[in-house]
Design a protein around this ligand. Structure first.
Ligand SMILES: NC(=O)c1ccc[n+]([C@@H]2O[C@H](COP(=O)([O-])OP(=O)(O)OC[C@H]3O[C@@H](n4cnc5c(N)ncnc54)[C@H](O)[C@@H]3O)[C@@H](O)[C@H]2O)c1
Length: 314
């Protein structure tokens, strides 16, 4: 199947591309960034700006995909540094993708939403259908993207599906999200013997190992239409605190010194998100199951940390 991935240079996209190739997809990537030096064979890279409707339209027309995985976005912490650009990239970019999909006969658009669509004060575990009142520009644009996609499904005949990812962790360089501390804890414990975490030890958030997240997107994409009762699904795996991550790291890097010095801006973003999310709709409608708990995730990350340190430098 022909597939287009936007944001393919990012933390999620760079892992989704080889996964889609393994599954037999013919992949074209659209990203502002240049192609990395290592790409799976056969992947075609189009460098362009998602805010440029013309560039998006010609990339979609040229690729002729059946499915688009739309990942390009500015994440939460970076989003607050430049809310105007975040609005243009996240919401304008989503509009451009949906329009290009509609006008080029694309069957399905897959959307990477987030638990940042939830605002503070919701009863927990937060259900799938609740009032969405986020307090970040990232969250606002992601809510609007969900609604826009639902509009295209109900009024424009496009299939639109998405998952609300929790914080995603793997051994790839994170893109400026609020949950990036989890990965840096493992990396800096190994390379420096210490890490200063930018949120409080008690901060607890839904988190997921990236491999589970990639599989979720593909499984939802392939789920039989008649089983799905909605477009957007909460998905969760585990909800460890930053202190739980520190314990998992110390178990694997004895003597690692992990301290907690909250950064007010990022702590504020994190405090606005839920600790527990209910994903029973995903579990019953398309059989979503996570495979990685904190221990398994930690082992998988530790295996890949040496290569990441090699890439980042000491
Ligand atoms: N990483 C997480 O923990 C997480 C959690 C929830 C949801 N998500 C969602 O998953 C998706 C992927 O996240 P990620 O972690 O890979 O992000 P990332 O920041 O690592 O990657 C984003 C990608 O988008 C590209 N991009 C940015 N602006 C662009 C533009 N104007 N035109 C074209 N491309 C542009 C970047 O070059 C980059 O390759 C996003 O939509 C994000 O909202 C991620």
């Amino acid at each position: 199947m022909k597939t287009l991935v936007t944001g393919g240079a990012g933390q999620v996209g760079s892992q989704l591309i080889p996964y889609l190739c393994e599954l037999g997809n013919e992949v074209v990537v659209f990203d502002l960034a240049a192609a990395p030096t290592t790409l799976p064979e056969g992947v075609r890279w189009v460098q362009g700006d998602i805010t440029d409707a013309q560039a998006v339209s010609s990339a979609v027309a040229g690729a002729g995909p059946e499915v688009i995985f739309h990942l390009a976005a500015i994440l939460s912490a970076k989003g607050e540094q430049d809310p105007h650009r975040t609005y243009r990239v996240n919401l304008g970019g989503t509009y451009n993708i949906l329009e290009a999909a509609r006008t080029n006969g694309v069957r399905q658009v897959m959307y990477a939403s987030t638990i940042a669509v939830f605002g503070p004060g919701l009863p927990e575990p937060v259900q799938n259908e609740v009032s969405l009142r986020p307090t970040t520009m990232y969250g606002v644009t992601k809510v609007a993207g969900e609604l826009l996609g639902e509009y295209y499904q109900s009024r424009r005949g496009l299939e639109f599906r998405g998952v609300r990812f929790p914080g995603l962790v793997n051994a790839g360089v994170p893109g400026g999200g609020t949950t990036d501390y989890a990965l840096w804890m493992y990396v800096d414990a190994v390379r420096h013997g210490r890490y200063e975490c930018f949120v409080e030890a008690s901060s607890r958030l839904p988190m997921m190992y990236l491999d589970d997240g990639l599989r979720a997107m593909v499984e939802l994409s392939q789920a039989p239409r008649e089983r799905l009762k909605r477009c957007i699904y909460n998905i969760v795996a585990i909800s460890p605190s930053a202190g739980d991550f520190a314990d998992a790291v110390r178990k694997r890097v004895p003597g690692a010194e992990i301290t907690f010095v909250p950064d007010p801006a990022r702590q504020k973003i994190l405090d606005s998100w839920p600790h527990e999310v209910d994903d029973s709709a995903a579990r019953s409608e398309w059989d979503w199951r996570h495979e990685y708990d904190l221990e398994r995730m930690s082992d998988a990350i530790m295996e890949r940390v040496p290569a990441l340190i090699e890439q980042l430098g000491r």
